[in-house]
Design a protein around this ligand. Sequence first.
Ligand SMILES: Nc1ncnc2c1ncn2[C@@H]1O[C@H](COP(=O)(O)OP(=O)(O)OP(=O)(O)O)[C@@H](O)[C@H]1O
Ligand SMILES: [Mg+2]
Length: 289
Amino acid sequence: MASDKDLYGALLLLQVKLDTLDERRLGLATGLAGLAASGLSRAAKYAELLRSYSELQASREVLARSQKLRALGEMAAGVSHDLKNILNPLSLNLQFLRRLVPRDQKQAHESIDDMLSVLERGVQTIERLRTFSRLEPSGNVKVVDLSSLAHEAMEIVRPRTRMNSRIAFRLHEDLLVSVRAKVDPAEAVAAFVNLLVNAIDALEHGGNVRLATGVDDQTAWVRVSDDGPGMSKEIEARVFEPFFTTKGEQGTGLGLAMVYGFVQHHGGTILLETAPGKGATFTLRLPRA
Ligand SMILES: Nc1ncnc2c1ncn2[C@@H]1O[C@H](COP(=O)(O)OP(=O)(O)OP(=O)(O)O)[C@@H](O)[C@H]1O
Ligand SMILES: [Mg+2]
């Protein structure tokens, strides 16, 4: 028997002949046991070292990602503030102009309306960017039931699944009664809608979207998962960056940046679990009220 701190090993010797185990053999056996123990202990230490190294690596990646997102947030705050100051007066001036143009000038009215709707889209984009870059929650934070808000979000996205009747979507709700958290309800619904829309977008050939809520000791959680194509490591690492999209013209890449911002300034966390071919699961945790 040999030991090395908390690692114990026993060496069992089977003797074929019944002659006595002499000094020399016993010494050899003890030496062998010692060698085996130190070999095993080294292997265990090596495994432990590998484990701590990969944990360290993972937390370094998380830190680097959050620093990058913070830097992007600061930049986004500056840009959206300035853009808003440009777009708002532009919009007001266009509305003023429209009032001045006589009603029979149809073409002029049409082009003013086009410009106004482009501006409107721009202002919406800036609003989403601002949600990401804001460091604190908006003024409208109150105790709400996350399950009701999650259900509300599901009802908002439901019509999207009916747009193409050839694709079969199944939407599941597994909502705990009364999941209370202190959040801005409008921001929360917008965040859940973003996650649900992404899940539906990912399911190009149909599939399941699951929306669940629950509570742990300290946190209230909301989970959106789909059994779509999932993401590669490269995409997974960038999804929360503002303007990162794989949808080309169809996406602004601000949906998840906004969700990230929402969670950050309510003191929560967001976890993404995904792998290629394995779907995606987003879990938001918020402090319980
Ligand atoms: N459930 C999902 N399954 C697979 N990929 C996803 C999923 N959710 C997000 N992604 C990936 O993350 C990218 C970023 O998502 P995000 O919501 O920020 O922007 P978007 O959906 O592309 O555009 P927007 O939301 O502004 O319309 C997506 O383009 C997509 O590649
Ligand atoms: Mg999106």
